[in-house]
Write a new protein. Sequence first.
Length: 288
Amino acid sequence: GVLRTNGVDLEFICARPVPANSLSLTPSDVSLKVDLSSAAVWGVDPGLRDAFVAVDGNHQERHKIRTTTTAEYYQLAGFNKATITRRKIGSLNLFNAAAIYIFNNFLIKKQQTLSEISKRLITGSRKYDPTRHMVIEDSNKKWKQLSLGDGPEESNKPVVLAFGAAMFGNLRGNVPAPTKVVKDSLIKFARERNKKVPTYVVMIDEYLTSQICPRCQTRTTSNEKNSSGLKIHPVLKCSTCDTRWNRGHMASMNIRSVFLYIAQNNNNRPKVFRRTYSLILTYILYNI
């Protein structure tokens, strides 16, 4: 702290210490704290229609996909309730009753929803409980049984979330995406879990992650079109390997691969995902 005076008054200036946990970690820092080969590394892609899409593998192996849509978030948090009783609050008792109702049905519900979403992604909660549904695999069918949810051993593994650092506005006709509150909830949940099991959230630049094909590593993807010739935003097709991708699924796999590459190469991005000097210079000049 600092003590300052003008000869008459005294002023105490105290600097608030910054907790070590609040400092941003780089992928290389995390690789020194956790063995990434044995940890569960998730690539998380935030979006508008989907609050996030997360994967724990790449295109060469079977992997889990966990997602929560924006509509599901608003539904679970109670924002879509249409049976709210609107009463006059002319008296203090009616005002207190209305405030208690709002607190019980909105604030607490929102906190519970964010906690549940964090558990779904990091530890695998009831939404991904394999005992809830019985799926029978048929060898003649194209689609195979999905990977099982987290068991006791899986839920106690170190977890690293490579979270896409995206900045986007709102699309017309869509409700605002809860990206910031979900990200803050994941960071808070990770800090609490980190006291027992190593858990980290690392922000990754999303540059080109939704444009480069994970299979052939080329920027040759474009939107599929419907029968009317209109582009289908969530569906991309690679003209090189002729693979169709879900945009969020593809981006989350790329975010995960970028994180792993950066962690092993002293915080340097893969060449295909690097920003060129001309783009950086244009961005700087535009923001001066």
